[in-house]
Design a protein around this ligand. Structure first.
Ligand SMILES: [Zn+2]
Ligand SMILES: [Zn+2]
Length: 167
């Protein structure tokens, strides 16, 4: 079960599908059935996923809506290129999430359950701008991932420990 994480939305003039169509047109590419299937799947709800997660959710070979693995990889790259998705590396895998229409945020990453938790901090952005300013640096974006153990996982491990102590 994936929790429905959502920090709300940022107002955009186009839907992701429309924006992608414009991107394709600007590059002389066609909006294929497979691209449409993928955009619907990906923009259904906000999530962090890798290519394998997405492939797992798609219909299997021979079923309507099936998209081959190479096409999934290629189209995800197009989504990133079009500014619809953001990609980052985590534990050696490429993780994607919505960028277009989604607020700027940062992540806490639990190394036990491997869940990504989102947060927004104005103070952090202020500090970032100050640091950049001090270095006469112009910010285009930043990425911060705080790694550690989430509350649930900490509770679980201390419960286990207590049980072991009693034995
Ligand atoms: Zn956890
Ligand atoms: Zn996120």
């Amino acid at each position: 079960m994936t929790p429905d994480l959502s920090l709300g939305e940022v107002k955009t003039s186009l839907t992701p599908a429309k924006r992608f169509e414009e991107y394709l047109q600007s590059r002389g590419m066609r909006s294929t059935e497979q691209r449409r299937i993928l955009i619907n799947h990906v923009f259904n709800h906000h999530d962090h996923f890798d290519a394998d997660d997405l492939i797992e959710r798609l219909p299997t070979k021979g079923q309507p809506g099936y998209v081959s693995r190479p096409t999934v990889y290629r189209t995800l790259t197009e989504f990133v290129d079009a500014g619809l998705l953001r990609k980052f590396e985590l534990d050696g895998r490429g993780v994607y999430e919505h960028d277009y229409g989604y607020p700027q945020h940062d992540h806490l990453y639990c190394q036990v359950c491997r869940e990504l938790f989102e947060f927004v901090s104005k103070d952090l952005v202020k500090l970032r701008d100050e640091v950049a300013n001090n270095h006469r640096f112009r910010v285009s974006s930043h990425r911060l991932i705080i790694t550690g153990t989430c509350e649930d996982c900490r509770k679980n491990s201390s419960r286990t420990r207590r049980k072991q102590d009693r034995v």
